[in-house]
Design a protein around this ligand. Sequence first.
Ligand SMILES: Nc1ncnc2c1ncn2[C@@H]1O[C@H](COP(=O)(O)OP(=O)(O)OP(=O)(O)O)[C@@H](O)[C@H]1O
Ligand SMILES: [Mg+2]
Length: 444
Amino acid sequence: MSENRSSALIVGADPYLIRAALRNGIEPVVVHGPGLRDWGFIGIPDGVETVFAEDTSSVESVLLALHRAGLADRDFDCVHTGDEFALVTVAALGEVLGAPVAVDPDTAVRFRDKWLQKEALAAAGIEVTRSRLIEDVHHLDPASVEDFDKAVLKPVAGAGTRNTSVVEGRAGLIARRAELRRAGMPQRTFVLEEFVAGDEWIADGVVFDGELRFLSVSTYGEPCLSTVDFNRALQVEVFDPVADAFAYDLARSVVEPALRALGLRRGTFHMELFHQPDTGKLVFGECAARTGGLLQPELVEAKFGVDLALAGLRCAAGTDPRIEPSVRPDTIGSTYLNNRPGVLVGYPTPAEVRALPGVEYLRLELPYGFRMADALASTTEAVGQVVLSGRTREEFRDRRDSLTAWFDERLLVVPAHASYPELRRWQKENWPESASSFGTYSDD
Ligand SMILES: Nc1ncnc2c1ncn2[C@@H]1O[C@H](COP(=O)(O)OP(=O)(O)OP(=O)(O)O)[C@@H](O)[C@H]1O
Ligand SMILES: [Mg+2]
């Protein structure tokens, strides 16, 4: 490491953080887990120093790895992560290594634990959904739970809508407890939360010195939970700060007090809210103290020209993020390109997708041969994701819907659970020249 270059310890192989560091003269040292090689999709640029840790969400694992690599005494300008599961680890590492971080351990805890988060907001007088902590779901006595109509049961510190379900009354809770026991679910602590209806909104932004410095508001096509439950494509549309000023005013009225109550003084955040169209009310859902996943960094870059990863790194180092948005009036949004149950054997080339109108960014993630289970298990599963633009909302939506239909028609998936005669018919339909029948009576 050169003497006067700044350096950042990045926990998790986050391509946006690595890119932001490299573009801005910050030397990244990347601690990655086994997932990087197991999945083999993300490349680390040549020359970037990497450290392997078995579990990037464990302080022990990361510290041991840093010591083995002889890096535990290095002066880093910040320690940072974009990984939800490494947030508390990084906060603790900051203390151990004596390096600046965006989020201190107490604050990190309030952002990771969904129950503590709601408690902190309620204590600050902010209206929140009623939620009940279930310490160990395997051993829950349903009689100890006041009866209810409809609620959401979710891991207290999960992500990606995984193992999250709607439960109807005590009977539903008992059934779900049985399922979780049968599945040998390692997660034990859950939150049972009153069901909130409404559209789901997202607030992505940056705070520095306790002040909101940047805000982008967008909306999911439909709530994440129904997207997963009904195997639909996850879609996001960014609101325009001028044309949809009402959305920004409304979001700000919840975002600012919520961040204050949670104690986030600097860093990026990703908040989810429920918008109730009948009352116009915006209800707090949850908030992460990191940049949003999915394609949120790309959406913010496309709509505002803002690099959230860079803002995150600067905040972590304690320097002003210096954000200067330049807003594009176009409608910008994203869609997943969904898979189907079975074995993936073909999809259009990246060049073909990029040639379609309005495509701004494309990521095709799954290799041929990938086997998809019968249903989606989280919001992180798709063949790919794309960012699109349109001069108007209508043009954007037309482009998005025709692209998803076009891609789906060209997606080749050997259907799951098909019998051999069905597989033969499928082969004949898709590769007529390759199909043949028993050759005794004919030439084919
Ligand atoms: N109280 C609730 N009422 C209605 N829907 C809810 C509620 N809590 C969660 N959900 C639904 O479940 C999804 C996942 O819940 P939540 O956002 O709390 O957990 P997560 O797994 O951390 O999410 P993410 O997908 O953002 O990582 C939400 O996006 C929302 O669609
Ligand atoms: Mg969420």
